[in-house]
Design a protein around this ligand. Structure first.
Ligand SMILES: Nc1nc2c(c(=O)[nH]1)N=C([C@H](O)[C@H](O)COP(=O)(O)OP(=O)(O)OP(=O)(O)O)CN2
Ligand SMILES: [Zn+2]
Length: 121
C-alpha cells in the first residue's frame, strides 16, 4: 500500500517584492500569515502502519520556521525576492535531503492565494 502524508505549518513574516514596479503595492513592506503544507509519499510499513513518523517532517521544518517566523524574508539568503514560488523552491532545497519521498510543497500567502511545487526546477 502506498500513501501520501501531509503536515501543515504556519509562520508570520514580513516582505517586500523589490523587483516589482515602484507603484505596485507589494513594493511596500507588509506581512502575511503564511501556511505551508508538506507532503511525502511512500510505501506504508506493514508492521507499523505508517509511511514514516510525521514527527520527522516537524523535525526538519522547525529550524526553518524558527528562521522565518517574525522575520523579514528579504534578509534571508535565497529569499531576496520572496514570492511564494521562490519560497516553495527554498523549502524544497532545504527539505528534500532530509525527507525521503518529498512529493509536494504548498505555500499559502493569503487564504485565497497559494503556490504548489513538486520539485521541478
Ligand atoms: N505569483 C505571485 N503573485 C503575487 C505574489 C506571489 O508571491 N506570487 N505575492 C504578492 C504579494 O505578496 C501580495 O502581498 C499578496 O497579497 P494580497 O495583495 O492581499 O493578494 P491579492 O492582491 O491577490 O489580494 P486580492 O484578494 O486579489 O485583493 C502579490 N502577487
Ligand atoms: Zn506579500
Amino acid at each position: 500500500m502506498k500513501a501520501r502524508l501531509t503536515k501543515e505549518f504556519r509562520f508570520e513574516a514580513a516582505h517586500t517584492l523589490p523587483t516589482l514596479p515602484e507603484d505596485h503595492k507589494c513594493r511596500q513592506m507588509h506581512g502575511h500569515s503564511f501556511k505551508v503544507e508538506i507532503s511525502i509519499e511512500g510505501k506504508v510499513d506493514e508492521k507499523i502502519g505508517w509511511v514514516y513518523d510525521h514527527k520527522l517532517i516537524s523535525n526538519a521544518m522547525n529550524p526553518l520556521l524558527e528562521q522565518l517566523d517574525h522575520g523579514y524574508l528579504n534578509d534571508i539568503e535565497g529569499l531576496e525576492s520572496p514570492t511564494i514560488e521562490i519560497l516553495a523552491g527554498w523549502f524544497w532545497k532545504k527539505l528534500a535531503p532530509q525527507l525521503p519521498g518529498l512529493a509536494e510543497i504548498v505555500i499559502f500567502e493569503t487564504p485565497t492565494a497559494r503556490c504548489s511545487f513538486k520539485g521541478e526546477f
